[in-house]
Design a binder for this molecule. Structure first.
Ligand code: RB5
Length: 148
């Protein structure tokens, strides 16, 4: 499975730890940056992670900023993306199982590296359960498609 990962300046060290962890687990990782600590604008990285998933260049995405909030808002602007920010593994797992989320976001200033690894593995190991959940996910997609 191919994972695209992107982040802003607040999450460079966290991102590098997560890349290492993903590679140890056997995932193919596409790191779109930033690898610099100079201040940049998180929306560009949220958009890029979302675009890579929607273009089929990656199966799932991970986007990290200070809180996980800004970058998830940005990723969600890409049509077809279901991004969410979370701080614990239970929600990360259910976001895949019930919401078919395709971009995981979290805050490098909110969670520590070990908790982040648990969040990441819970997200990646879970599978969408479809059934009644698919109806609800399709309702969200349908509403979005009517907007523009
Ligand atoms: C950057 O200082 C910070 O605003 C950003 O990383 C993020 O937390 C935004 O939601």
């Amino acid at each position: 499975m191919k994972i695209v990962i992107g982040n802003d300046h607040s999450a460079v060290e966290m991102k590098l730890e997560i890349v290492k962890y993903l590679e140890e687990l056997g995932y193919e990782v596409i790191n779109i940056g930033t690898d610099e600590k100079t201040s940049i604008d998180y929306p560009s990285y949220g958009f890029k992670v979302g675009e890579m998933v929607m273009e089929g260049k990656a199966d799932l995405g991970i986007a990290i900023c200070g809180t996980g909030i800004g970058i998830s808002l940005a990723a969600n602007q890409v049509k077809g993306i279901r991004a969410f920010s979370c701080s614990e593994p239970y929600s990360a797992s259910l976001a895949r199982k019930h919401n078919n989320a395709n971009v995981l976001c979290f805050g490098a200033r909110v969670v520590g590296v070990e908790l982040a690894k648990m969040i990441v593995s819970s997200f990646l190991e879970a599978e969408f359960e479809a059934g009644r959940h698919e109806i609800r996910v399709n309702m969200i997609r349908g509403y979005r498609n009517e907007q523009n």
